[in-house]
Design a protein around this ligand. Structure first.
Ligand SMILES: Cc1ncc(COP(=O)(O)O)c(C=O)c1O
Length: 479
């Protein structure tokens, strides 16, 4: 049911108190027990971001000619990004609202470019199985067919198969640095050679890595080149609101030169409201996102980010070592960046039941599927909780070993069951139905944990439980 708009306004102190109360029911990220949704450093940095955001919270980046301040901020964010990505002066780009917008824009750009230059009418893109869901979203939105490259045992895409997928309809190839599910940096140099030989654009999705891998490399980490140093790379997405520690709502999409970027632009010259031009998906573009992103880059500089990268790497290495030392667990692949996943090597040890035990100890652990695993997106401040996490993980593994029935309960049962539902199309249809329900007017209160994108594959099992209940019921009716 709709909750009506109040007839009269309430006192501002009361409203702010209400907001604080809503917030109090959310997961507490300030103890660094949450992974991937929030990149929180400390109160000082958060206050600084708020101040910077607030200064431009009314300004609108829609028309770069009006708020020249915002265009300056955007240009400087793009220049700083091009600098750390080893771009030349030709590199250009746009600040977007987030990683998803940046990825969507790359697909639109390359689709339109192939249509214009090569008359491609049935566009296809080649992406590894580990590509972020944003790419699957882009495929649906922009009608670009996906050719999905299977993985080798080390979680990198099978390049022989990738090469065979190229045809005259291919508009782009994707590599990730790193990919979200296991943290593997795709072999960008090799993919770059293939792309260049066939004159196909190569986008690197560095939404996660863009603001940390360069600083790990500056600190001496042997990270193979994956940015504009690789000749075949034509564009890169890099999120300031992840490892740049900006406020939410700031990513970048850069291109090797304007010949690519111009296909991202939208112009409509016959609108009664005037001639309209737009550089990315949004119309009104929130000025606060720019100012907070610009401020965070100025505040840390390369030195600051190198220190954050060093702390993150120490945390991630200690976590990986600690996980590997637990009998029955292994890190998946060879992740080099700030995140990793791990799985069970022991059929008696159900990894989702371990996840449930971690949740019970106050952690918010994301789940992987195909293969089942647990995920950790590590930030600099997780260094403070490495020992607690590993102690809880050891205890969780002991509890699950001592009680195999746990694999049939809670989230473990849900995830186990979902993996075995044979008709994926049916699962999709049901998720769609239940997910949409949460957006019914007045709905969704305190159910929001299951309404995030992450919630479909990880995080809260609320939505998933309901899907499993529906499936079990359906099976039992069918006898
Ligand atoms: C590799 C990768 N690309 C794109 C995205 C999408 O970013 P956003 O959630 O900011 O839209 C993510 C998010 O985690 C990601 O990991």
């Amino acid at each position: 049911m709709h909750k009506p708009m109040p007839e009269t306004g309430a006192a501002r102190e009361d409203i702010l108190r209400d907001l604080e109360a809503f917030k109090a029911r959310d997961p507490s990220y300030k103890e660094w027990r949450l992974w991937s949704l929030v990149y929180y450093l400390d109160e000082q940095h958060s206050t600084f971001l708020k101040d910077a955001y607030h200064l431009f919270s009314s300004e609108n980046g829609l028309n770069p000619g009006v708020f020249k301040s915002l265009k300056k901020l955007e240009s400087e964010i793009i220049s700083a990004t091009a600098d750390i990505l080893h771009g030349t002066e030709e590199v250009c780009g746009v600040v977007t609202s987030g990683g998803t917008e940046s990825c969507l824009m790359a697909v639109k750009t390359y689709r339109d470019m192939a249509r214009d230059k090569r008359r491609v009418r049935k566009p296809e893109m080649i992406i590894p199985e580990t590509a972020h869901v944003a790419w699957f979203k882009a495929s649906e939105y922009f009608n670009v067919k996906i050719r999905l490259v299977p993985l080798k045992d080390d979680f990198t895409p099978d390049l022989k198969k990738l090469r065979r997928m190229i045809n005259r309809n291919t508009v782009m190839i994707l590599a990730s640095a790193p990919e979200y599910p296991h943290g593997t940096i795709d072999p960008v140099q090799e993919i770059g050679e293939i792309a260049q030989a066939k004159s196909i654009p190569l986008h690197v999705d560095a939404c996660v890595g863009g603001f940390i891998l360069p600083f790990m490399a500056m600190n001496g980490e042997p990270i193979p080149p994956w940015d504009y140093r690789v000749p075949g790379v034509t564009s890169i997405s890099a999120d300031v609101h992840k490892y740049g520690y900006a406020a939410k709502g700031a990513s970048t999409i850069t291109y090797r030169n304007l010949d690519y970027l111009r296909y991202q632009m939208f112009v409509y010259e016959n609108w009664p409201g005037g001639i309209f031009a737009s550089s990315a998906l949004l119309g009104t573009r929130p000025g606060g996102g720019y100012s907070a992103a610009w401020a965070t880059l100025q505040s840390f500089g390369k030195d600051g980010y190198r220190k954050l990268a060093a702390d993150t790497l120490e945390a991630v290495n200690r976590l990986k070592e600690g996980v590997s030392a637990i009998e029955g667990l292994e890190v998946m692949g060879s992740p080099q960046g700030p995140l990793f996943s791990y799985r069970s090597t022991d059929p008696e040890l159900n990894i989702y039941a371990v996840g449930d035990q971690m949740d019970a100890r106050g952690w918010q652990v994301n789940r992987n599927q195909h293969p089942p695993g647990l995920h950790a997106m590590v930030t600099a401040q997780h260094l403070a909780v490495v020992d607690d996490y590993l102690a809880d993980l050891r205890a969780a593994v002991d509890v699950v070993r001592a009680d195999p029935e746990l694999a049939k309960q809670g989230g473990a049962a849900t995830y186990g069951m979902l993996a075995h539902v044979p008709l994926r199309g049916m699962v999709k249809k049901k998720v769609l139905e239940m997910y949409s329900e949460q957006y019914r007017a007045g709905g969704g209160e305190l159910n929001l944990a299951a309404s995030s994108e992450e919630g479909v594959t990880g995080g809260s099992p609320g939505l998933l439980d309901r899907i499993v209940a529906w499936y079990v019921d359906r099976q039992s009716k069918r006898g």
